[in-house]
Design a protein around this ligand. Structure first.
Ligand SMILES: NC(=O)c1ccc[n+]([C@@H]2O[C@H](COP(=O)([O-])OP(=O)(O)OC[C@H]3O[C@@H](n4cnc5c(N)ncnc54)[C@H](OP(=O)(O)O)[C@@H]3O)[C@@H](O)[C@H]2O)c1
Length: 332
């Protein structure tokens, strides 16, 4: 495993992190979840990402059980707040009330007294940013989180939050956006602003939820047991990539991966790590073999000709519109 600094901070993260959205407490049984976390630890992954909302809070509990007994100082545990965790009007968003209540719930479920990074899972247009940042400052000062991050915030929102974080003297060090060969929204504005501010990206769905592994074939039903067959939630999220144009182009990447001596999954994960503002790629997995496949992308360098050939194939189906990742106008 290789390690990078998260933004302009002293915190180091593994280039590949493990995330448990959709899988733990939902798509996969507990023993498979525990086996994936074991595989991640055995492969040198030290950074784990979850959120209060995943599987209706069950994903945090699974991760807490999976990491129990590990040396806490050897791990970086990240969670998030914003999406609804209960039926009430205040069980969501970035109000002081919800942040203070949600961090305590997350720590209880994760069985730890602090998280390394506490992230705003989206921007909350219904709460003054000052209120949110002051609540985060209290979370940091109480020792419940070491660093603060955000997820899918626009360049202008990052700038505003960064200025407040400086005033409050708390470390706002990361953004967590979707980023893959097929989803490149952050390249035009978010990455340049982040480089200027010292914010690093921890990117999600680097494999476009499994699509870039090449296992979904155009005109064919999805493979048994894959996310596209998970009617509980996965199928809905991956649907945006499952059309014949995307899938045909993904198949055209196969000879490029072979020439480079990589599996398709390694190529996809290595691709996001070529961007120096990306500190870590958060991969998901429903089986331990996938974790073993994906971690070998750490430290891989892709040459300029290969990157150009990839761009030529995927460009017509690449998403670049920032409107596609805008936070909800109203609290969900
Ligand atoms: N901040 C946010 O708003 C946000 C949103 C989404 C995700 N995230 C974070 O990002 C993490 C990763 O997201 P993701 O799960 O969509 O990432 P991903 O790595 O793009 O997709 C993971 C899925 O792809 C399939 N897969 C993985 N490795 C494979 C391999 N080697 N060969 C074939 N298939 C493979 C598995 O699904 P199947 O086996 O079921 O097909 C696996 O669950 C999440 O857990 C979460 O921590 C954050």
């Amino acid at each position: 495993m290789e390690f990078r600094h998260l933004g302009r901070s002293g915190l180091m993260v593994s280039e590949i992190s493990y995330g448990n959205w959709i899988t733990h407490g939902s798509q996969v049984e507990e023993d498979a979840a525990l086996a994936c976390v074991r595989a991640a630890l055995d492969s040198g992954i030290t950074t784990f990402d979850t959120a209060d909302v995943y599987a209706g809070t069950r994903a945090e509990s699974v991760l807490g059980r999976a990491l129990k007994g590990e040396r806490r100082e050897g791990l970086e545990i990240f969670t998030k707040v914003y999406w609804p965790t209960g039926p009430g009007r205040n069980d969501r968003g970035l109000s002081r009330k919800h942040i203070m209540e949600s961090i305590d719930g997350s720590l209880r479920r994760l069985q730890t007294d602090h998280v390394d990074l506490y992230q705003a899972h989206r921007y909350d247009y219904s709460t003054p940013l000052e209120e949110t940042m002051e609540a985060f400052a209290d979370v940091v000062r109480s020792g419940k989180a070491h660093y603060i991050g955000v997820s899918e915030w626009k360049a202008s929102q990052l700038r505003e939050a960064h200025a407040l974080a400086r005033e409050l003297r708390i470390p706002l060090i990361s953004n967590q956006p979707q980023y893959s060969m097929l989803w490149r929204v952050i390249e035009t504005e978010v990455i340049p602003a982040s480089e200027e501010l010292g914010i690093g990206q921890i990117v999600w769905s680097p494999m476009a939820q499994g699509v870039l592994s090449g296992k979904y074939l155009p005109g064919q039903p999805p493979p048994a047991g894959s996310r596209a067959t998970d009617e509980k939630s996965g199928a809905n999220f991956i649907a945006r990539f499952l059309n014949d144009d995307v899938l045909t182009r993904v198949q055209r990447l196969k000879p490029l991966a072979e020439q480079a001596g990589l599996t398709m999954a390694q190529l996809a994960v290595a691709w996001v790590l070529q961007n120096p503002n990306v500190a870590s790629a958060i991969v998901g997995a429903s089986r331990p073999e996938q974790v073993h496949d994906n971690v070998t992308a750490a430290g891989v360098k892709l040459d300029a000709d290969l990157l150009k050939a990839i761009d030529e194939i995927v460009e017509p189906v690449t998403e670049r519109d920032p409107a596609k990742t805008e936070s909800p106008a109203q609290r969900p």
